[in-house]
Design a binder for this molecule. Structure first.
Ligand SMILES: Nc1ncnc2c1ncn2[C@@H]1O[C@H](COP(=O)(O)OP(=O)(O)OP(=O)(O)O)[C@@H](O)[C@H]1O
Length: 254
């Protein structure tokens, strides 16, 4: 994998309101290059909406998002993707009728591949194929390239989604509940894969996840959302010791 351009992901006063409801309210966050930021919070706290505001699939009511020095607040999602923002979704978006390889290749083609800090749209079939195969090898699905994506186990589908992100060679990676629907025996494997991908790529990772032990084990820092607001951003052990966080999680395990 090629080295990345390190840059900061930053929000200032990021806000999304719908019908008078405060879904995400005044979130100011600075994520240094290469950091792994976990995002936790009770159901409905606004975590996925925050990711949607970063990718541009939801339009901000107020506030600003920067990728490096670029203000992307009004930028369409595909242009943010071209700047190096890749994401996975809570619900799988795989094309189950296509092969595993075709799923990755399609994304490698549409997103282009970053090389030496330059964005190039791949026109060479060989090059996209190579990038797709390499991405599959990295997530341990090298032997499954010709299988239909629909034939994969849930855990392997999650790995395939990670391969797609890897193929994009994005410096900013957003993961929305990568453990959702994954068997408990596969959680450890997937956690270690995400750890390895983060280390190997040097990319900035933001991960929304309900498995707190996974978040606390992976993240450099943890952001806690509650009722749309950012309650705390701190080191994992400080966050779990924070009384405000414990109160927000009343009724849930922390
Ligand atoms: N466009 C919208 N219009 C109205 N309400 C919305 C809109 N988008 C999100 N919401 C509501 O805002 C709240 C936050 O949603 P969001 O999915 O961001 O929370 P979350 O923290 O990711 O939740 P979960 O952990 O359950 O996935 C929810 O109550 C949701 O129904």
């Amino acid at each position: 994998m090629t080295p990345r351009e390190p840059s900061v992901l930053r929000t200032e006063g990021l806000t999304f309101r719908a019908g008078g409801a405060k879904i995400v309210e005044d979130v100011s966050l600075t994520v240094p290059p290469g950091e792994f930021l976990g995002i936790i919070g009770p159901n409905g706290a606004g975590k996925t909406t925050l990711l949607n505001l970063l990718t541009g699939t939801v339009r901000t009511t107020a506030g600003t998002v920067w990728l490096g020095d670029t203000d992307v607040t009004r930028m369409a999602p595909h242009r943010r993707a071209r700047l190096g923002l890749a994401r996975t979704f809570q619900t799988s978006y795989l094309l189950l009728g296509l092969t595993v390889l075709e799923n990755v290749r399609l994304m490698a083609q549409t997103r282009g591949v970053r090389r030496m800090g330059l964005l190039r749209t791949l026109t060479s079939t060989d090059e996209t194929l190579d990038a797709a195969h390499a991405a599959l090898e990295r997530v341990g699905l090298g032997g499954a390239a010709t299988l239909q994506a629909g034939a994969l186990s849930h855990g392997d589908r999650r790995k395939l989604e990670l391969a797609i992100v890897v193929a994009a060679e994005a410096p900013f990676v957003l993961l929305d509940e990568p453990m959702a629907g994954v068997n408990s025996e596969d959680v450890h494997d997937l956690t270690e894969l995400i750890r390895r991908l983060h280390v190997d790529t040097g990319a900035t990772f933001l991960m929304v996840e309900h498995h707190l032990d996974v978040v606390l084990g992976l993240a450099d820092r943890v952001a806690v959302m509650h009722k749309g607001e950012l309650l705390a951003v701190d080191l994992p052990d400080r966050v779990t010791a924070d009384e405000r966080v414990q109160t927000a999680y009343v009724g849930e395990l922390l």
